[in-house]
Write a protein that binds this ligand. Structure first.
Ligand SMILES: C[S@@+](CC[C@H](N)C(=O)[O-])C[C@H]1O[C@@H](n2cnc3c(N)ncnc32)[C@H](O)[C@@H]1O
Length: 459
């Protein structure tokens, strides 16, 4: 692990964009030489120069057949392209200064590189550090469950127990099942709700851009791509200790309608959520703008492993993660509540399901919500790594936060997981599903909770 915090932070920022450590190392060496070890030039604009060099060299590699002067970047035009927005766009330098030519053939200096686990077998290196719930163990890397669809591999690791992985289809982005009403169109994104006049990195502006207005007038992210403490802490507070004013009540609640269409009961209330609004395709900023984190996808090295408690498979990161780090989205089929209800009725009692997520963070502003607008994400048959994240009551180390990316109608949004505190490598990642274990009428039957939290609600 790199001891110099500047080096470590540069690696972490680059990893969040899917830039491999070995390439960051090469570029950093050359930039440090070029800038006479003046880190301020490298750190400026959230490491923009480092990223420019990387992506310029990628572009050069794609467009030029010679490649003789390349800064050591391997042939892999896929990654930066895949990183972007459902895979449709490739990053382009937008007047941010191409300096990669200055770096070619400049010398090297020594740097320590953070370790990362890429081998086919491994041992938990957290030896003696006691990541809660996980003693050191030997494990074998079996497969990339993401099948190459993510920026990084998501490894399934096995130990000597032979539990089969549930059958499901890995998808990196949400997909409409059938009746869900999700309309992503440019015409629905008002000009005043995007920052067409921006360029480069919106985070370096003195005043927040139009997109930040929706996130309470400031950016949710800091220059390292992590959630700002103030934003994160208020999200945690609203989820963990919700007050009366943190709830809203629909006039005609879709959930109650599903339970009893003829005589629905009064809405039991939904938790108010803070949204993050990220810049989108109508904005003028660069794809590497600091207000585009979730849309760039997973950058942490995640593993799916068999838990020691009776929780089945779980998720962990092979690297330590600072508080506020984006981990992954909850991805699944976008289904209407009606469709979900039908599925639940048809499921066999013994079928282990993932916990469906209700996209109800903005139902209060809609008046009467139409059935096709009351949506859930179901990751049981089609989903991403998040379908393996287990539940923990109250003090989970992840929080789910709604994110608007080109979806101003907030009955559909993306749901992103961020770390609620610093996390050690190989510690199990958990989130609070928000289950009321005493609600025997809930259509999704709760499991016997084995979270071992001192504040476990299933007592
Ligand atoms: C979203 S899935 C998580 C992945 C699951 N462990 C697996 O092996 O596929 C949710 C299911 O995991 C199990 N689970 C999650 N958290 C649990 C907990 N705290 N205690 C017991 N079982 C849990 C339950 O079976 C639950 O229905």
């Amino acid at each position: 692990m790199a001891h110099d915090p500047k080096v470590r932070q540069a690696f972490e920022a680059a990893r969040r964009l899917g830039i491999p450590d070995e390439e960051t190392k090469l570029i950093l060496k050359k930039l440090l030489k070029l800038y006479d070890k003046k880190w301020e030039f490298i750190e400026e604009n959230n490491y923009q120069t480092l990223f420019d060099v990387y992506f310029d060299s990628k572009n050069d590699k794609i467009t030029s057949s010679s490649g003789a002067n390349n800064v050591g970047v391997e042939d892999d035009p896929e990654r930066p392209v895949k990183r972007i927005h459902s895979g449709e766009q490739s990053p382009k330098s937008q007047g941010l200064g191409r300096i990669s030519h200055l770096l070619r053939n400049s010398g090297t200096s020594t740097l320590e590189v953070p370790c990362c686990n890429t081998g086919a077998t491994g041992t938990n290196p957290n030896n003696g550090q006691s990541a809660r719930g996980n003693s050191p163990e030997n494990f074998k890397i079996v497969i990339d469950i993401a099948k190459g669809t993510e920026n990084v591999e998501v490894f399934l690791v096995s130990d000597d127990r032979n539990d089969p992985l549930p059958r499901f289809n890995y998808i990196p982005h949400n997909i409409v099942y059938q009746n869900a009403h999700v309309q992503v169109s440019l015409a629905r994104i008002a000009d005043e709700d995007c920052c067409a006049g921006c360029s480069g990195n919106c985070l370096s502006l003195t005043l927040p851009c139009a997109c930040a207005r929706e996130t309470g007038g400031e950016f949710a992210y800091n220059s390292l791509g992590q959630l700002k403490d103030s934003f994160l802490d208020s999200c945690i507070e609203m989820k963990v200790n919700p007050r009366v004013e943190h709830h809203f009540y629909c006039t005609d609640c879709p959930i109650e309608r599903f339970k009893n269409d003829v005589k629905p009961e009064k809405c039991k209330g939904h938790l108010l959520r803070k949204f993050i609004k990220e810049c989108g395709r109508k904005c003028g900023c660069h794809m590497l703008c600091g207000n585009r984190i979730v849309q760039r996808g997973i950058t942490c090295n995640l593993q799916v492993f068999l838990t020691k408690e009776k929780k089945g498979w779980g998720v962990r990161s092979t690297n330590a993660l600072p508080k506020g780090t984006f981990l992954c989205e909850y991805v699944g089929e976008i289904v209407t509540n009606m469709e979900l209800y039908d599925r639940i009725m048809k499921r066999s009692r013994n079928e282990r399901h993932t916990y469906p997520v209700m996209l109800d963070a903005d139902w209060g502003s809609e008046g009467v919500l139409k059935d096709e607008d009351a949506l859930c994400l179901d990751a049981t048959y089609h989903g991403n790594v998040a379908r393996f994240i287990n539940h923990r009551c109250h003090d989970a180390n992840l929080i789910d936060i709604p994110v608007e990316v080109e979806t101003p109608d907030r009955h559909y949004y993306r749901l992103a997981f961020f770390t609620t505190r610093d996390i050690k490598a190989y510690e199990e990642l958990t989130w609070d599903y928000g289950i009321d274990f005493s609600d025997s009428e809930h259509p999704v039957k709760a499991f016997k909770c084995c979270c071992r939290s001192p504040m476990c609600r299933d007592t």
